[in-house]
Design a protein around this ligand. Structure first.
Ligand code: NIG
Length: 402
């Protein structure tokens, strides 16, 4: 049993409110008490008989403290890189020109399939560590670069295993074999969709939390997405969908029909789509890094005005975006989406917890996980200024990350 007191918090952004000169009492992996340091009780029943008896006292030097950040959309299980493709895209090459030159998601599938499991594991481990060191204590992570039954299931297991190691963030595993159609199924897309639907039960048994489908031009139709997402939902996976990245193809309506846990990207979203998200309570996951690259921004302020729950994601993937810092994503969301710092921070904490179905995190309150970040600043406005504000210290479940 460990009791830890974090004191001299200059500004505490809990997700529920903001408090100056604050303290947090942590009991094992949970928050036991949080509030103004002046109100700290002398004893906390079931935690400590006298506050002088706590095991560790840490003086945070007047810094800003927030909940651990949550990245609600990433694709970290891959090998190789596509830097040459990035250079082509920056020079104006179209997706079809990039594919013709040997790039695109399929090229990462080829490299990932040809990479031994140890090398792949090391790469994913390094990436996940980066998230944690940057203050992100929960990462949603998708499979989707093996596109075979065994390869995708191995990816699910890899993420589940890595999460148990020290210095790793918590991981929400999403099975995404319906990313693109792999070459051995070219001309037989329907067969691939049926196969992926059947693999969902194995993915759930291997430890996946969610199932995702890329429902867009050049990927999967709404009927195909419905088949896979309903198959996943039937075996207990949370359905989520890539919607409106390139075009509007009814993915938002499908998300409402199936009660999806999120509709993601949403670069092309009409007012009618926003009304559907709001009416059916489908949260939006928006990713400023890749939205900026595509030059089409989701209408986030209009979504928020209509009452849509918004979460932020890095959309880290090998072909478009290498961001592993949610504090950078917050800066970009403020600059590009016109979100206030408070709204962006909420989307990167409570919004993510809502989307991932993890009510034990996202705010700092008694009983919640002690996933906590001390930032190199004394006010949350620094997120808008710094473009990648750095943590001074991160606690995952009450344990300091070294
Ligand atoms: N966010 C999802 N997938 C990316 C592609 C991933 C990749 O290029 O490897 C997208 O937006 O298209």
């Amino acid at each position: 049993m460990t009791v830890r007191l974090l004191t001299n918090i200059g500004r505490l952004w809990t997700g529920n409110d903001v408090c100056s000169n604050a303290a947090i009492l942590v009991h094992n992996d949970r928050i036991a008490w949080v509030g103004r340091a002046a109100d700290l009780p002398q004893s906390v029943p079931g935690v400590v008989d006298d506050i002088v008896d706590v095991d560790h006292v840490e003086n945070l030097g007047g810094a800003l403290v927030t909940p651990g950040l949550i990245d609600a959309h990433t694709h970290p299980v891959y090998a190789g890189n596509r830097y040459a493709e990035m250079a082509m895209r920056s020079g104006g090459s179209t997706p079809s020109a990039i594919t013709a030159a040997g790039g695109g998601i399929g090229s990462t599938v080829t490299v990932t399939r040809g990479t031994d499991p140890w090398t792949l594991c090391n790469g994913v481990r390094e990436r996940l560590r980066e998230w944690l060191l940057n203050g992100t204590t929960t990462v949603e992570a998708k499979t989707g670069y093996h596109l075979t039954r065994d390869g995708e299931l191995a990816d699910v297991r890899l993420l589940r295993e890595l999460e148990k190691e020290p210095m790793m963030p918590r991981v929400h595993v999403t099975f995404m074999a319906a990313h693109v159609v792999p070459p051995e199924y070219f001309g037989r897309q329907r067969d691939y969709v049926e196969a992926v639907g059947a693999w969902c039960a194995d993915a759930a048994a291997a430890g996946a939390d969610s199932v995702d489908v890329y429902c867009d031009e050049g990927h999967f139709t709404t009927d195909e997405a419905r088949w896979v997402l309903a198959s996943g939902r039937n075996v207990g996976l949370l359905p989520r969908v890539h919607a409106g990245a390139y075009s509007r193809r009814g993915a938002v309506q499908l998300a409402a029909e199936l009660g999806c846990a999120s509709a993601d990207l949403l670069h092309h979203t009409s007012d009618e789509d926003i009304a559907v998200l709001a009416r059916y309570g489908v949260p939006a996951v928006v990713c400023p890094g890749t939205a900026l690259q595509r030059g089409s921004l989701p209408p986030v302020r209009r979504m928020m005005a209509q009452g849509v729950t918004v979460a932020l994601g890095s959309d880290h993937n090998p072909g478009h975006c290498g961001i592993t810092s949610m504090s950078l994503v917050i800066s970009l969301a403020v600059a590009a989406f016109g979100m206030s710092v408070g709204d962006a921070l909420r989307a990167a904490t409570l919004g993510g917890a809502t989307v991932l179905g993890v009510p034990d995190r996202g705010v700092l309150a008694p009983g919640r996980l002690a996933d906590i970040v001390q930032w190199d600043a004394d006010h949350e406005g620094a997120f808008a200024w710094a473009f990648g504000l750095k943590p001074r210290r991160v606690w995952r479940g009450g344990t300091p990350v070294q």
